[in-house]
Design a protein around this ligand. Structure first.
Ligand code: F6R
Length: 382
């Protein structure tokens, strides 16, 4: 049931505040307070100690949008919990697995739990470690929206993202739910490994609890504006570039993938600092550039990368916080705003305007948003 929405994708974009609320209720202990000096984790994932004890390394295997969520996961696991983390495409890893490192947690991230490459990559990992000494044995965690799926059977434990069934082929609410899982995991590990002061953990948790209303505000304030803006890219535009840095680089990749999948406009996501190493040659008046410029450690850098694009006459669209909107208007032709938020949790908000932009461009073009050509909801063949 589309409940009055024109497409499932749009309905699912609007379900995201609820998805985040469900996750927060499911995986945070409301009785945890830093000042009580608690000896229990704020996170209620109930991970088995075998998965996290003596961890030295995490490797994440995924495809598509789940791979983008994993890149944000890597950032969180490294920055919050201090654990070196690698992210591989499952389709690559299965044929060229990395050398074995001891005390490794392997995480398969898959919305459907049925992606053939992700299953194969995890099976490879399980088999090749099966008869090794204990510290080299596989420790497998799945992050999935389908607790009954093939992946769920294969791994030692899952995090159930609890986003509800997603029907639109383009992943939206399940992406947000996967990113939430990585906050829970990173905070749980940060607590257990004592890599963050309790006050900082509490501050991040408080910030995460504001996300549902912040997504609602973003949807309320941006929906009409983005629909209007989308009209400008439905006829002549053949290419788009998305740029971002740090924790929002994966959002540039995700914005580009959403647009490609459903509008059939060619789009690329780049780390903003890489533009000058090649892609800037593509820019002219016909190639819009979307810069994710969230306030934080790399804000000025992204802004100056965007100005370099502007100097090539590109049409510039910025995604930034409402507080910076005025300043950003000096650089960007169009400014998409989200509420003011800590950099660490900004990706969940930054992705929302990009989902809407892709959606409206495709919908105005009259395309089959929920069932794009050549794509399937779960890729169960190689
Ligand atoms: C993007 C999309 C695909 C999937 C990819 C992995 O919108 O839907 O890129 O993310 O096929 O699927 P799962 O997460 O089911 O393994």
């Amino acid at each position: 049931e589309k409940q009055g929405f024109r497409h499932y994708m749009l309905k699912e974009i609007y379900e995201q505040p609820g998805v985040v609320r469900t996750a927060l209720e499911a995986y945070f202990n409301p009785n945890w307070h830093a000042q009580d000096n608690p000896d229990f984790s704020p996170v209620t994932l109930s991970l088995s100690p075998r998965l996290y004890e003596d961890l030295e390394h995490i490797q994440i295997l995924a495809c598509g949008t789940s791979w983008h969520a994993s890149l944000i996961g890597k950032y969180l696991l490294e920055q919050l919990a201090g654990i070196p983390t690698t992210v591989d495409y499952a389709s690559e890893f299965r044929y060229a697995p990395k050398p074995i490192i001891g005390n490794t947690l392997t995480i398969g991230v898959t919305q459907s739990g049925e992606t053939a490459d992700t299953i194969a990559a995890l099976e490879t990992e399980k088999e090749r470690r099966a008869n090794l000494e204990p510290k080299l044995q596989a420790r497998l965690l799945g992050i999935t929206n389908r607790p009954e799926s093939t992946i769920a059977q294969l791994v030692d434990q899952i995090i159930n993202t609890q986003a509800g069934i997603e029907i639109g082929v383009a992943a939206t609410k399940t992406f947000v739910a996967q990113v939430m899982s990585f906050y829970f995991l990173a905070l749980d590990l940060a607590f257990r490994r004592k890599t963050l002061p309790l006050e900082q953990i509490e501050q991040i948790i408080t910030g995460l609890h504001q996300i549902p209303t912040q997504i609602e505000k973003t949807l309320e304030s941006q929906a009409n504006y983005i629909e209007e803006l989308a009209h400008e890219f439905t006829k002549e535009t053949e290419d788009f570039i998305f740029i971002g840095r740090g924790i929002n680089f994966p959002i540039a990749l995700e914005g580009a993938l959403k647009l490609k999948e459903i509008s059939y406009i060619h789009a690329e996501g780049y780390p903003a600092g890489e533009m000058k190493h090649g892609p800037i040659a593509l820019l002219d008046t016909k190639v819009p550039v979307v810069a994710i410029a969230m306030p934080g450690s790399v804000y000025d850098k992204v802004l100056s990368n965007a100005q370099e694009a502007k100097a090539r006459d590109a049409r510039l669209i910025g995604v930034t916080s409402a507080m910076n909107a005025q300043e950003a208007a000096a650089t960007f032709d169009d400014v998409l705003t989200v509420p003011e938020v800590e950099e660490l949790i900004s990706p969940i908000l930054a992705v929302v305007p990009l989902q809407l932009l892709a959606y409206h461009i495709a919908a105005i073009k009259g395309l089959d948003v929920d069932q794009p050509r050549n794509l399937a909801k779960s890729v169960t063949v190689e």
